[in-house]
Write a protein that binds this ligand. Structure first.
Ligand code: TRP
Length: 331
């Protein structure tokens, strides 16, 4: 008998346009995992509203993000791709799990502390309980692995703690998930400030998947480097150049050594536009394919509807088990 594939769940918030960082750090890996694992890839719009969103933009970005997932190579036949708010079980399980999560645990989440500082005028209970909703996302589908960046590890650890606690009280209900930080993942830093992660809230240091070639070239030509001339990988002393090397190698499939040899003695004036061109060529088909799909609303609608249906089928199995165990009367 064929061995059962491990299940993966991951998601990105439609709180901004997808970036080169989200592609190289997350989506590219998701594509690599789609044959070997049983994957659910979500557009987590319910997470996005933990900070204020413009309604028309949120709607547009959610659908466009699906188009971009597909254009990046995620196959809706192989993966369950859906919009979080289309599967009400996330909110339902989220409520239950919130009753098994301590106030103190949530108070220790470093992302909450950071975001509360950033949005000091709007610290909602949704922002505070966000990790509980994330736990529901993961546990609903009995995910084994959760590909996330370093910044989300603490939330996956909390998810395990909640699952373990619930299992302890009611017998085995949830699979304990593990954070999965794939080897291939590239952590892309800001082009303007290579000490920080590339972020959609910093448009100049950030390349968007839908950026036009001339914008991409401009951003790379302006990328912050150092006052030397050698194209050498050295994260500590040459953070900017190291970031550009990582981007160049991820875009072209070359190794760092190959790239260093290629640009030996050629200076940043040659290197920076070369990185820009590699990224332009990488993103061109993704942008064109996204644009084509964004124009085909009926197709995208069919994908997210089918995704939501398949997700609901799985989510219901877990949720009804949970409701039964905690003592809710069957409907
Ligand atoms: N919190 C994640 C982020 O901001 C997004 C997310 C929501 C997620 N639910 C998830 C990631 C479940 C992995 C699994 O990046």
């Amino acid at each position: 008998m064929e061995e059962k594939k491990k299940r993966i769940f991951s998601g990105i918030q439609p709180s901004g346009e997808l970036t080169l960082g989200s592609y190289m750090g997350a989506i590219k890996n998701w594509v690599a995992l789609q044959d070997e694992y049983d994957c659910l890839y979500c557009i987590v719009d319910m997470h996005a509203i933990t900070v204020r969103q413009e309604p028309a933009l949120l709607r547009k970005r959610s659908v466009n993000q699906l188009a971009q997932y597909i254009a990046c190579g995620l196959d809706p036949k192989k993966n369950i791709m859906f919009i979080q708010s289309h599967v009400p079980q996330h909110a339902e399980l989220g409520w239950v799990l919130g009753c098994y999560t301590q106030f103190g645990e949530l108070s220790r989440m470093t992302q909450f502390k950071a975001k509360a500082k950033q949005h000091a005028d709007n610290i909602t209970s949704g922002l505070f309980t966000y990790p509980v909703l994330m736990a529901a996302d993961i546990l609903l589908y009995q995910a084994d692995l959760v590909p996330v960046g370093e910044d989300q590890k603490q939330h996956v650890e909390l998810t395990r703690d909640i699952a373990q606690r619930f299992n302890g009280v009611y017998s085995d209900t949830f699979t304990l998930p593990e954070p999965f930080i794939p080897q291939m993942g590239a952590r892309v830093m800001s082009l303007g400030d290579p000490g920080n992660k590339m972020s959609k809230s910093d448009p100049d240091g950030c390349v968007f998947l839908m950026d036009k070639p001339e914008d991409i070239m401009r951003k790379f030509k302006r990328a912050v480097t150092d006052c030397e001339t050698a194209v050498k990988f050295d994260k500590v002393n040459k953070a900017g150049i190291s970031n550009l090397l990582t981007i160049y190698c991820t875009a072209t499939g070359k190794t760092i050594e190959e790239a260093e040899a290629e640009f030996e003695g050629r200076g940043y004036g040659i290197f920076k536009p070369a990185v820009g061109e590699a990224v332009v060529e990488l993103l061109r088909p993704i942008r064109e394919e996204s644009e084509r799909m964004i124009a085909d609303k009926a197709y995208l609608e069919s994908v997210y509807k089918e995704g939501a249906q398949r997700a609901q089928y799985l989510a219901n199995k877990t949720l009804s088990k949970v409701y039964r165990k905690i003592g809710f009367v069957a409907r």
